[in-house]
Design a protein around this ligand. Structure first.
Ligand SMILES: [Zn+2]
Length: 473
């Protein structure tokens, strides 16, 4: 009996040490620290207690005797990826809350170690805490408030009076949300009231800039962090354009608004970029989502071979396949006009970047059969296609978000003392950004997972999520 207890005790200590005090050494690795554009070759990176403890020449750094050694020769270490705009399937009542930890693991398995949920729920606040305490293997979580909107849309504050605007902000702040999220149909006075209250309470405003009610110029004045480049197409319209609306936000579904692409004034782009940076340089265009959901249409064959397709239940798969086949606006708008929209968005992204903007990566998943985790790699590619360098794209996917959060002294680059959220790649992403999809493993808060382990997670989780769908009659 005594022996059994001792063995159990030793095992227990072993487990606890592995979880809290694991020391890991990446030996012979090429480090892309993201403090500035450079690759430091043949390094050893030692991680202890969740923190980067030492970085140095592999010939000189002594690997601690108790360390788990990762042979990383010829591989590339980058900071963990950030998804600045995502949601969970379990945010809706079509999936049980119990799948949320698995949803978060899908993100980790794809190298995403920090996320911002853009429509808050009390469940997400609980998950933020469970992640912070290490109870679940999950990215570091930020949660924006339930969205402030003029119409009932779910997980929202419907705001129709100034007092409701102040109350929504006060309640969000008191509940512990990290940001105030704005979406649509919020009248300008109520928007300004919400912004005023948010300033008083020292909580930042993020989200959409409804072109009919708020508009980018008002959002600039508020210093809001704008998502999706929302409202920007309307800014580009020529003054004498017979079409007054364009395709931001839900107005995307109005085929008439797509005619606006015959009346765009590209010479405005440089000034728009300058004003954006002067107001709030942090821009999260969710470019992949916009481009590959509305800008170009996926065929059924393309959708079916996506690696994330299997995570969706058959009914949801069919629903979106039908959407692409039957949706009226999809079939009305010419490919040529869509292409012009994508090209204008790309020019805006590039101009904002060149004006000193800090582009960030947001996937806006898991709607339209794009799953979180996988989606961030599409976003990196879409930003690259906008004409910015691979290094700038990688900064968008890593450090820029931590600058925005105000945590760059603790995370977001590979430097001594920083949180050990890391991704080990088999190839150099500065040469080819698609290297972020070719991973050897992920380190989450100092805990190392090989990509083989992570791929096994995905195999386990896919049928679990797909099978958890709750059908509402
Ligand atoms: Zn969203």
């Amino acid at each position: 009996m005594v022996w059994k207890s001792i063995i159990l005790l030793v095992l227990l200590i072993g487990v606890v040490t592995a979880a809290i005090g694991q020391t890991t050494a990446f030996v012979g690795v090429n480090v892309i620290p993201m403090d500035r554009e450079r690759v430091i070759t043949n390094q050893t990176v030692v991680v202890r207690n969740g923190t980067i403890a030492q970085i140095g020449d592999a010939a000189r750094v002594k690997v601690p005797a108790d360390a788990l050694t990762v042979d990383a020769r010829g591989k590339y270490l980058i900071p963990g990826l950030v998804d600045m705009h995502t949601h969970l399937l379990s945010d809706s009542d079509e999936y049980p809350d119990s799948i949320a930890p698995d949803e978060l693991r899908v993100m980790v398995a794809n190298g995403v170690t920090t996320v911002r949920f853009m429509i808050g729920t009390p469940e997400l606040l609980k998950l933020r805490k469970r992640s912070a305490t290490g109870e679940i293997a999950a990215p570091t979580i930020y949660v924006a408030s339930p969205h402030l909107t003029g119409r009932e849309q779910g997980n929202n504050f419907v705001v129709n009076t100034p007092e409701e605007a102040r109350e929504a902000v006060r309640r969000s702040k008191a509940a512990g949300y990290d940001f105030i999220k704005i979406t649509t149909f919020l009248k300008s006075l109520l928007y300004e009231t919400a912004v005023d209250e948010a300033k008083k309470l020292n909580i930042r405003v993020v989200g959409h800039a409804d072109s009919r009610f708020v508009g980018v110029e008002r959002a600039w004045k508020a210093g809001q962090q704008i998502e999706h480049l929302d409202g920007y197409m309307e800014l580009l319209l020529k003054a004498d354009s017979p079409v007054k609306g364009s395709v931001s936000d839900l107005y995307i579904y109005n085929p008439d608004n797509w005619k606006s692409f015959d009346y765009m004034d590209e010479t405005k782009i440089a000034e728009i970029a300058r004003k954006t940076v002067a107001s709030n340089p942090y821009v999260d265009p969710t470019q992949h989502f916009m481009k590959n959901t509305f800008g170009r249409l996926r065929t059924e064959e393309e959708i079916r071979v996506q690696p994330d397709f299997r995570f969706y239940p058959p009914k949801v798969q069919q629903q979106w396949l039908d959407f692409y086949k039957k949706n009226k606006f999809i079939n009305t708008v010419s490919l040529e006009r869509r292409a012009r929209w994508v090209a204008l968005r790309e020019k805006l992204i590039k101009a904002i970047y060149e004006a000193g903007g800090k582009i960030m990566t947001g996937s806006d998943t898991p709607e339209f059969l794009w799953l979180y985790g996988f989606g961030i790699h599409h976003e990196l590619k879409a930003l690259k296609d906008s004409g910015i360098s691979n290094y700038a794209v990688l900064a968008a996917g890593t450090r820029n978000a931590h600058e925005f959060f105000g945590t760059i002294d603790k995370a977001g680059t590979i430097e001594k003392g920083k949180r050990a959220d890391l991704v080990l790649l088999n190839a150099n992403p500065i040469d080819d950004i698609s290297a972020t999809k070719d991973r050897a493993g992920v380190m989450l808060k100092g805990r190392w997972y090989t990509q083989n382990e992570l791929d096994a997670w995905l195999d386990e989780i896919a049928p679990k999520i797909a099978g958890s769908f709750i059908e509402h009659k």
